[in-house]
Design a protein around this ligand. Structure first.
Ligand code: HEC
Length: 288
């Protein structure tokens, strides 16, 4: 009987982390059963791997990206806890990109440790130890999603599984009865700003926390400043300008939040993924 109980307990408790081999390269934390899972440099070779050609938005050039098959790791190596629907990839310099798990399932990116056969750090120094890369050559339609470029995260060391509504959705809540402009502002921030800036305590830490004051002081100057901000701050030549419409929407969001005081707020849903081409045939593991 005792043996049976132990066997059942072990069977139910899901995968267990093993101590990392070598210096820790990446950890999977947050809503992960029995987590955190830490993988050392010497563990990377035994994890599910994958590779594809892709055009990096940093260099604008095609290269072969090879490394950890994130989707297969989240399906086979560890187990997501209840409510985990978003993977936040923490990268170089305080950058933190929230990616829906649904997008990982559909597009199957890699955390690349090799680019064109050389170590990722030789390819771009900032990209080490792992570069989150997306198969935009095999699946050319995916670049039509403006979030994709912000999902190329360099220098990933930590992947945090979160619940979108409980984190980003709360931070981007708009007061009930807000204008459509404020609502669209929340969406624009979640697409283009939250990777580098915190809003109400949630987001990246590369730039300062975004607050109403910086925007309200002089809305025209804000719009003019924002136009080239994304290209300059991201180091991507092809980063889009922030249109004056988007800047106005972002300003409307902060204004609405400040006016709200204690008024009840509506949760903001994650922006929908646009229709994407059918996924390429499976070459590893089941889908999560
Ligand atoms: C790739 C990273 C990155 C992205 C994306 C980004 N920012 Fe920034 N932002 C920064 C950094 C770094 C600074 C501080 C240095 C500077 O002013 O350029 C900054 C500064 C700012 C400031 C000045 C803050 C102050 O009070 O002085 C504002 C306002 C701002 N960003 C707004 C935005 C908005 C709005 C978006 C989205 C449309 C955005 N940023 C997207 C990195 C980023």
């Amino acid at each position: 009987m005792r043996v049976l109980t132990v066997a059942v307990l072990v069977a139910c408790s899901g995968p267990q982390p093993r101590p990392p081999k070598g210096e820790v390269a990446v950890s999977f934390e947050g809503r992960v059963e029995n987590g955190p899972f830490r993988f050392g440099k010497d563990d990377l070779a035994r994890l599910p791997r994958h590779g594809f050609k892709a055009v990096s938005p940093f260099t604008g050039k095609e290269a072969k990206f090879e490394g950890l098959a994130v989707t297969a790791i989240l399906a086979d190596v560890l187990e997501l806890a209840k409510g985990g629907d978003t993977a936040v990839f923490h990268g170089q310099g305080g950058y933190a990109a929230p990616v829906p798990i649904a997008a990982l399932r559909q597009l199957r990116p890699v955390l690349a440790d090799k680019v064109d056969g050389v170590s990722v750090g030789e390819w771009r120094r900032d990209a080490a130890p792992l570069q989150l890369a997306w198969p935009n050559v095999e699946q050319p339609g995916i670049d039509s999603d403006p979030r994709m470029r912000w999902w190329w995260v360099a220098g990933v060391r930590k992947v945090e599984i979160q619940n979108w509504i409980a984190t980003y959705g709360r931070a981007l809540r708009v007061p009930q009865g807000s204008s459509d402009e404020a609502r669209l502002g929340a969406e624009a921030i979640s697409v283009s700003c939250i990777g580098c800036h915190m809003v109400r305590g949630v987001g990246g830490t590369r730039g300062p926390e975004l607050k109403n004051a910086a925007v309200r002081r002089d809305p025209r100057a804000f719009t003019a400043r924002m136009r080239e901000h994304l290209a300059k701050a991201s180091g991507m030549e092809s980063a889009p300008e922030t249109s004056s419409v988007a800047a106005r929407q972002i300003a409307a969001f902060f204004h609405a939040v400040d006016l709200a005081g204690t008024r009840p707020e509506e949760e903001v849903q994650p922006p929908e993924l646009p229709a994407l081409p059918p996924p390429v045939p499976d070459d590893y593991g089941p889908r999560i």
